[in-house]
Design a protein around this ligand. Structure first.
Ligand SMILES: C[C@H](O)[C@H](O)[C@H]1CNC2=NC(N)=NC(=O)C2=N1
Length: 105
């Protein structure tokens, strides 16, 4: 995916950050959840979307209430349109009740 295409698509999921890990570009977004169990509920909702899409994110639950999700396409070691689609679908989940009012950054 070209830099132009990446810049165009990231504008459509503005809550997500572009991260360069090694030489692999990833989409990344963080949230703060109310409890550890609500973090796992969050993951379950994300897992259902991932299964439906056939595209799977990396899920991190660190320090009991920090959820971080990375999305990238393993097959090419970088970003494809599918990554942005999954990010948009995760944004569309109703997970409000799971989140702490402190916004993760
Ligand atoms: C066969 C199957 O569709 C592939 O292995 C999929 C599954 N989910 C995937 N998810 C992600 N994020 N990257 C992939 O390359 C990938 N490959």
């Amino acid at each position: 995916m070209t830099a132009e295409a990446t810049n165009e698509l990231i504008r459509q999921v503005p809550e997500w950050n572009l991260e360069n890990e090694g030489s692999t570009m990833k989409l990344s977004r963080s949230w703060k959840v109310k409890t550890f169990l609500k973090g796992l509920e969050f993951f379950e909702a994300v897992a259902n979307v991932a299964e439906a899409e056939g595209h799977h994110p990396d899920l991190h639950l660190v320090g009991w209430n920090n959820v971080k999700i990375d999305i990238w396409t393993h097959a090419i070691g970088g970003l494809t349109e599918n990554d942005f689609i999954l990010a948009a679908k995760i944004d569309g989940l109703n997970v409000h009740h799971l989140l702490s009012r402190k916004v993760a950054k």
